[in-house]
Design a protein around this ligand. Structure first.
Ligand code: SAM
Length: 280
């Protein structure tokens, strides 16, 4: 793939998430329940206490597929970096864990996500979180400067995953750790791989657990393993995909439902969210 192709993919992904974070409920076929249904699936890895402490906007606009901070042993005073921080759900949870003496840095390439995260951070009143604009393939973060790299449903979207894995190894302090939730698959039909909408919805760009672990080890990380899995059933997959896909106009009502229904018929039980751990 030429560099321009990779930049085009990143631009399409960024436009996709600009539309997703700004989507309203303009359609007449159940938009609100659909959104709520999708949010329930995406936030299934969080406990009720975590969710209730957050601004509603951060929860509604979560586009993750797990809870990378669950059981992560992040300690007070540490520095956490979130790759593809979106509207900020995991930034806020990390900020609570590291406390006022710790730091949390989010990196995202999408302006509307960055401003949404900043307003959610302000609403929650945290002063130890900073959101930087940049791409995860070339992180605007110093070498050996963070204790934890976390990420939630983002690396599958990168057209240059090995670069992301190298960047993770570069920015971690010696002994620093990862906790990454992401979508993985064993294999996908060609029509799914070729769909730009399904790429944006975290399906078409997904790789296997073996490739993921191999990429992290090749980048220099150790003890890399999958510590948790959530295999999507048909309804869950449908809800997840549907809630990621933006409705461009109210007149395209139900198009995301149709795509999501078709994909979930093909992929139910064959696609899952995995949590990867490891250290430098
Ligand atoms: C599926 S959303 C997940 C957002 C957030 N992690 C969450 O759990 O809600 C993907 C996010 O990653 C960002 N993103 C995708 N590819 C990226 C890249 N190559 N560099 C920086 N940000 C990226 C998008 O802008 C979007 O905010």
């Amino acid at each position: 793939m030429m560099n321009t192709d990779k930049d085009i993919i990143r631009k399409q992904v960024s436009e996709f998430y600009t539309a997703s974070v700004n989507k309203g409920c303009g359609c007449s076929c159940g938009c609100t329940p659909t959104l709520q249904k999708g949010v329930a699936v995406k936030t299934a890895g969080y406990n009720a206490d975590e969710i209730s402490a957050l601004p509603e906007d951060a929860v509604v606009n979560s586009f993750g597929c797990g809870n990378p901070l669950a059981f992560s042993n992040v300690k007070e005073g540490q520095t956490v970096l979130d790759l593809g921080s979106g509207a900020g759900i995991d930034l806020l949870i990390a900020a609570r864990k590291v406390g006022p003496s710790g730091r949390v840095i989010g990196v995202d390439m999408t302006d509307d996500m960055i401003s949404r995260a900043r307003s959610n951070i302000a609403a929650a009143g945290y002063e130890n979180i900073e959101v930087r604009k940049g791409i995860i393939e070339n992180l605007p973060v110093e070498d050996a400067s963070v204790d934890w790299v976390i990420s939630n449903c983002v690396i599958n979207l990168s057209p240059e995953k090995n670069k992301v894995f190298s960047e993770i190894a570069r920015v971690l302090k010696p002994g620093g750790q990862i906790s990454i939730s992401d979508i993985v698959v064993d294999d996908l039909p060609e029509w799914v791989r070729e769909s730009a909408v399904l790429y944006g919805a975290c399906v078409a760009g997904a790789i296997s657990e073996k490739e993921y672990i191999g990429g992290l080890i090749a980048a220099g990380l150790q003890s890399v393993e999958v510590t948790d899995r959530f295999v999507y059933g048909g309804d869950q997959l449908e809800a997840l995909i549907e809630s990621e896909i933006p409705q461009e106009t109210s007149s395209c009502c139900c198009s995301s439902e149709k795509i999501a229904a078709e994909v979930s018929k093909t992929l139910k039980g064959k696609i899952w969210s995995a949590r990867f751990s490891g250290k430098k």
